[in-house]
Ligand binder design. Structure first.
Ligand SMILES: Nc1ncnc2c1ncn2[C@@H]1O[C@H](COP(=O)(O)OP(=O)(O)O)[C@@H](O)[C@H]1O
Ligand SMILES: [Mg+2]
Ligand SMILES: [Zn+2]
Length: 480
């Protein structure tokens, strides 16, 4: 769809009003520059604008700075005076080497030859030099439009020779309106929530939004929010509401269970995490302003407002920070689930002495807050040795049966997820105190979470045997 709906006039471009205004007024006054640099994220309209500009410049009677669409120039199916080169492809590099000769020839039919060079930051060194030389003294009949998603890679010499325009991410309301118009033209019936959700997923890129929409549309049926959620695998407000409530209510079991549910429904942990992060932000903003944030449906707003009314701002602030940080760490983590669980549990308040009651007010600025698997393993090893030293065999047994995935450290919180029979052991007052003491030596606070799952007795026992430790297990039998 993004190819079908490529804009052909400045009027059809959305979200780039300042750029459109500047360019159309240059065309109207004839004060055009010989080199333009268009920068900005993908799918925001750089290439489209470059093409419109090229056509408007050569148009015989532009209308309000737009190509008229009627003159001989506008009607050319293949305009030889508009030359597009893609620096990301090989043929682009070769073409630019020839560029220096090519520019000296006069335009074939229009007033100007316009060179559009896409992804200009990817030019090879030799092509780059060729371009520089040409930019130094461009012939009167030549105009360059350089496009790039990486302006920081463009050298100062080139920057100094171009008139630069920064394309912005398109705000979600504008994206949604655009999508609605296009769906109307396509004859697709869509509910508002579905449209808004797709617009949100576009994250400011018109092209991304349109390709997501493409994926969601099936011939002969309406576009519903259920379908969009299903196909894009992105979250529902209700899931996020539930998790937030559980976190605020300090219900670790419910949190873990919910994450488990979502994962088993096929949701990827990174997508759950980014949903939660943006949801948390929405709740905080609504709490702070009382108003709806852009991109939320009215229905979602009403629900979130009701939730926000019951939660203090303090909590929301640490919730947003914890989730924001988890969301950025999750991409590099080998155990994304642990990262997310740690973040959610870190805002819970526990008052049974074993956990960290003050975490809710902690800062989450450190990027190393979530520790690597090796570090977690070494801490667990340390705890086991300490328990050994103290002859706490039953507790030691629990620790030697832990799988590394069931433990995680975020900030100063060590989360240990265990089955209910082990949970009972860890939860005994004496054991709790002891664990607290040992963890204190590593500046950690243990949080024990009960895993609600059927337990396979035999597997666990085998594991205890392998560990080579003499341990007493729950049933009271001795094992070697
Ligand atoms: N500002 C915009 N207004 C309308 N459509 C857009 C806009 N930006 C991108 N598009 C859509 O996305 C497609 C790709 O846009 P393009 O101009 O190639 O983006 P870029 O060069 O910035 O990556 C277009 O065909 C069009 O459908
Ligand atoms: Mg492009
Ligand atoms: Zn024209």
């Amino acid at each position: 769809m993004y190819r079908k709906y490529r804009p052909f006039s400045f009027r059809e471009l959305i979200g780039q009003d300042i750029i459109v205004q500047a360019l159309t007024s240059q065309i109207k006054t004839g004060k055009i520059s010989h080199a333009y640099l268009f920068t900005g994220s993908r799918g925001t309209g750089k290439t489209s604008t470059a093409r419109i500009l090229a056509r408007a410049i050569n148009c015989e009677s532009p209308v309000e700075g737009n190509p008229c669409g009627k003159c001989a120039q506008c009607k050319l199916s293949a305009n030889l005076d508009i030359i597009e080169l893609d620096a990301a492809s090989n043929n682009g590099v070769d073409s630019i080497r020839e560029l220096r000769d090519d520019v000296s020839y006069l335009p074939s039919s229009g007033k100007y030859k316009v060179y559009i060079i896409d992804e200009v930051h990817m030019l090879s060194a030799s092509a780059y030099n060729a371009l520089l030389k040409t930019l130094e003294e461009p012939p009167q009949h030549v105009i360059f439009v350089l496009c790039t998603t990486n302006p920081e890679k463009i050298s100062a010499t080139i920057l100094s020779r171009c008139m630069r325009f920064d394309f912005h991410l398109v705000p979600v309301e504008i994206l949604a309106k655009h999508l609605k118009t296009i769906l109307g033209k396509e004859g697709v019936k869509a509910d508002d929530e579905a449209v808004m959700h797709i617009a949100k997923l576009g994250e400011g890129s018109v092209r991304d939004m349109l390709s997501i929409a493409d994926r969601c549309i099936t011939v002969g049926s309406d576009l519903t929010i259920e379908k969009v959620l299903d196909i894009t695998g992105t979250g529902r407000t209700d899931d996020c509401l539930e998790i937030t409530r559980a976190a605020f209510g300090s219900q670790p079991g419910a949190i873990i269970q919910k994450i488990e549910d979502l994962a088993s429904r096929g949701r990827s942990i990174p997508s759950v995490s980014s949903d939660l992060a943006s949801f948390a932000r929405d709740v905080m903003l609504i709490k702070a302003t009382g108003e709806n944030t852009p991109g939320l449906t009215k229905d979602a707003y009403v629900k979130i407002k009701a939730l926000a009314d019951t939660i203090p701002f303090d909590f929301l602030l640490s919730f947003v920070r914890a989730l924001g940080q988890a969301d950025s760490e999750i991409r590099y983590s080998l155990s994304p689930k642990t990262v997310l669980e740690c973040a959610l549990l870190s805002v819970c308040k526990f008052d049974d002495g074993i956990a960290a009651p003050v975490i809710a007010k902690r800062e989450y600025a450190s990027p190393t807050a979530v520790r690597s698997r090796e570090e977690v393993l070494s801490v667990i090893g340390f705890i086991r040795r300490e328990l050994d030293k103290r002859n706490l065999n039953r507790l030691g047994g629990v620790f030697s049966s832990l799988s590394p995935d069931s433990c995680g450290i975020s900030g100063d919180v060590l989360t240990i997820t265990v089955e209910s029979k082990y949970f009972d052991i860890l939860n005994e007052t004496k054991n709790k105190g002891c664990l607290n003491e040992i963890c204190k030596e590593k500046n950690l606070k243990p949080v024990i979470v009960k895993k609600e799952e059927p337990v396979q007795e035999d597997g666990d026992l085998d594991f205890l045997n392998e560990s080579g430790l003499e341990v007493e297990i729950v049933s009271g039998r001795k094992r070697r």
